[in-house]
Design a protein around this ligand. Sequence first.
Ligand SMILES: Nc1nc2c(ncn2[C@@H]2O[C@H](COP(=O)(O)OP(=O)(O)OP(=O)(O)O)[C@@H](O)[C@H]2O)c(=O)[nH]1
Length: 782
Amino acid sequence: MAEVNGHASQSASTERIQIVDDEKTFTSELTGQIERWGLRDSGFNYNIVAVFGSQSTGKSTLLNRLFGTTFDVMDETRRQQTTKGIWMCRGRDMGVMVMDVEGTDGRERGEDQDFERKSALFSLASSEVLIVNMWEHQVGLYQGANMSLLKTVFEVNLGLFGKKQMDGGRTLLLFVIRDHIGQTPLANLQATLVADLNRIWDTLSKPDDLKDRKLSDYFDLAFTALPHKILVPEKFELAVLSLRKRFTDKSNPDYLFKSAYHKRIPADGVAFYMQNIWEQVQSNKDLDLPTQQELLAQFRCDEISAGALAEFNEQAKSQKRPVESGRVVEGLGELMKNWRTRALTRYDRDASRYHKGVYTRKRADLVSVIDSTLSPLFLGQLKNLHKLAVVAFKQDLLNGLKGDNYDFAEVVTKATKKCEETFSTGAKEALVEGTDWNWEDELEVIKEEIRGVADQCRKDETKKMINQIERNVKKIISEPVEIQLSKPSSEMWDSVLTTFKETLAKAEATYLAKAKSFNCTEQENVTSLAALRKRSWIVLRNKIEEQTADQVLLGKLRAHFEEQFRYDDQGVPRVWKPEDDIDGAFKKAKEETLELVPLYSRIKPLDSSLEFVLEDDASDDLANEEFEFSSSLVVLSETKCLDLINKFRRDADAYYVEAKRSTVSSIAQIPYWMYGVLVVLGWNEAMAVLFNPLYFTFLLFGVATAYMIIQLGLTGPLLQVTKSVAGEVQKQATQKLREVLTADAAAPQPTQTDRTSTSRQSSRQSSYFDEDSEIELKERVQ
Ligand SMILES: Nc1nc2c(ncn2[C@@H]2O[C@H](COP(=O)(O)OP(=O)(O)OP(=O)(O)O)[C@@H](O)[C@H]2O)c(=O)[nH]1
């Protein structure tokens, strides 16, 4: 077979495609290419083969010869890598997709073994037959024969696809030994390789559930040797031809594409299937063994990151305490941005020179640590802003609701807007770009909270307003009701209720006018008005209670009785004469007065339209006291009425007796003949006084003095002076008497003979002395 040069013109059926490029990106054009190869509709009637082996071991040459593919082959004069990435080509005149894979131990990639691991694993997992290409002299070498690479690949393959491959999809590992001179028979080489592979398999770290799996559970092994291409080209070609037959001739007993190796993926899904495998292989961390540069980069990037972080932490610490203590730190967002930028700039400056991947990864770690340190500050600041905004909101409400001329809704809207603005401004300032922090949720919490505060405030204000209106009602009805109840008449309750209803109507109008600005709901208005009616009624009821208290009502009855009994029709006080009909007048006045008791006992107007009705079940959270309207209409209970009547009767009887007595006293005057008797009996004494000049002078003097005193209005003062003088005289006399008695007590001891009389005397004295007198006496002696 003629060697096909990659640069030669290719027919569409053998056009090759790079499925994974240098940057490890999987092509998006494989589907289209499979279609161009004419394999799209071949169902399961296709095979996939790949090659694995060190660089420049004649892999492309072999594939081109075996399958008639058009892979690039290295120029014989320059030993340099030709295959980069993974290429795929359709076998000429056969339904085989052949993958030429970049060689291992690539000089060009240096220490970066990442690609060779991934490409080997990809080939192993996706193809039916994997040709392991090696020089004869590589057999038995651990590194040279890629055994360490195979170990890693087996291990990851087991982890990733081990379970799936158990259900089917075994793979054939076809070892092709190149430049076989023949000194060592193939059987020996084969034995060495099998021993190596089993050893590798035994030392694999397998998943727990696949611990007992053997190499043969997953792989079939086949071995073949090719003679030296340069030294014995004919033999080489013949051997290749015979190997080719094993791929093409199904009747060949050594046919290699056994159905057991088929992955059972329809041809039109192969592109997608392979892409998936590549993605799994790519994202597998077990393959990412660091190179020396990476190790160095990790070390240095960690160091640089720690330095930047130390400075950053110091700065962040300075604001931790103020924020935790509940203070809103002015310009915190700006500060945080500065610390963050400073730390990242410092890291970027020093670390960006190292391995790109490591630098980027470590930078992401640094950003995450910085953000997680700043996040509590941000959240703390939000919390403090929240508190501040709500406090300001409450203060604004307080200030706005001062006085009487405020519009509640307006005050609340203004305060709400200000509160939200305060918070949003502060929160936006605290936000650091590049983070996923959010403050909108907190704003929602605030909105909810201030809605609650405003609602409570509205309820309090409504309560206050109702209390105020209640006080006004009390003030307004107090006097007129008192007057109306003092003038008992059959229309007394009509006038009381008229006053009450008028006042209540005004109160309700006042409430409704105010309630508008409170944004009260219809239900709230209904409740509040019911409360207002109830409270007003209670106010009236209390006033009535006060005016019908025992003594007050008794006073009223007495006054009414007196009016009827002691005054005549013209309102002039009556002076009872014996001929007057006291009994009749008394009876009439008493009966009329007693009729008032039932009138007072129940609130019942003559005009039924004036009756006031209050629903007992009117819900009222403003006035919770126990209250029953129907019973509130009863002012005096029956027992109380009887009690009052009895008390009043006693009073009335007293008036009656007094009236009677006044007639008796007017009857009991001194009879006129008594004056005659007086003149007759006192004639001599009168004459004696008249005719004795001394007596007469005294009489004249006495009469004149009395006349003057009366004329000058000095009767009162004179009586006062007389009383004082008499009092003083009495005091002096007592004093003198005490002195006399004290002198007696201080006299020498009486003789034995006098003792009896003295003891008698002292016992008498002791009766004069009380304890105070003794103390006074002692003081005087001293
Ligand atoms: N001695 C010897 N040389 C060979 C054999 N097959 C191919 N070569 C030569 O080895 C060189 C490399 O051949 P390639 O087929 O490009 O090798 P490769 O493994 O595909 O190379 P890369 O794709 O770069 O890894 C070429 O100069 C071939 O002529 C062989 O069986 N024996």
